[in-house]
Design a protein around this ligand. Structure first.
Ligand SMILES: [Zn+2]
Length: 236
């Protein structure tokens, strides 16, 4: 915004004009996202709010923040069965409760980014963190298979960068599912669930992912914030 005051008739910048952006500051491009929503009717929102009440003490299906991005892999080789599983809204195979599991995004092997759920809706993808975490699934059967696939990795990094910039999420809060019990945002009121996590995106592979993401953040003039550090959930 120009500063108020009499308009200058002389050409060139005035002493009160704001400095131009630094050479590295430029807008983060929004990656191409294919909207492929799973059904989220009223009853699924109600199930989600009940889950949030029990596990987080939050009486809402709306995500808080978000403050965290959790990276996952699907343990599948294609996208279709993942969409079908997330759409089904059936009790999960581990705890046998509703709502069904889901993630906000799924990235296919060719780098196509699908969005399945609006960003203000909580999705069940990571115990202890669903209240404040956006979930990104990558089609694949291991962290390494994704790190070795440039198109899928580039899409995952571009999407994560765009979300991190949009929601002011620090690099240390971009985590792998296998790091969930080390997040300062982990919160789980049900004792039997407190130490539950999965083995997707282990710490060494997430360090590689965060190193690449940190480089991209700096290129766009986004301060990455403090380095990742463990905050273990007590007793886990
Ligand atoms: Zn996972």
């Amino acid at each position: 915004m120009p500063s108020p005051g009499p308009a200058s008739t002389s050409p060139g910048p005035t002493p009160t004009s704001s400095p131009p952006p630094g050479p590295t500051e430029r807008p983060v491009p929004k990656p191409r996202i294919v909207w492929k929503p799973i059904p989220f009717p009223r009853h699924r929102l109600t199930e989600t709010a009940a889950y949030a009440r029990l596990h987080y003490g939050i009486d809402s299906w709306r995500i808080v923040g978000p403050h965290v991005i959790v990276e996952h892999f699907t343990d599948s080789t294609t996208f279709a069965p993942v969409w079908n599983e997330f759409a089904a809204d059936v009790p999960d195979y581990e705890f046998h409760v509703l709502p069904g599991i889901c993630a906000h995004f799924v990235i296919d092997r060719d780098g196509t980014i699908y969005q399945l759920v609006p960003l203000d809706v909580m999705c069940r993808h990571t115990v202890g963190l669903n209240w404040t975490a956006i979930g990104i699934e990558m089609v694949g059967t291991s962290d390494r298979s994704i790190l070795a696939n440039p198109r899928e990795l580039r899409a995952a990094l571009s999407l994560t960068l765009w979300l991190a910039e949009r929601f002011h999420i620090q690099l240390r809060n971009v985590i792998g599912h296998a790091e969930s019990l080390l997040s300062p945002y982990h919160h789980e009121r049900v004792t039997a669930w407190r130490c539950q996590t999965h083995g997707d995106w282990v710490h060494p592979d997430m360090q590689v992912f965060r190193r690449d993401l940190g480089r991209m953040m700096r290129r766009y003039g986004i301060p990455p914030g403090p380095a990742w550090a463990p905050h273990p959930v007590p007793g886990c």
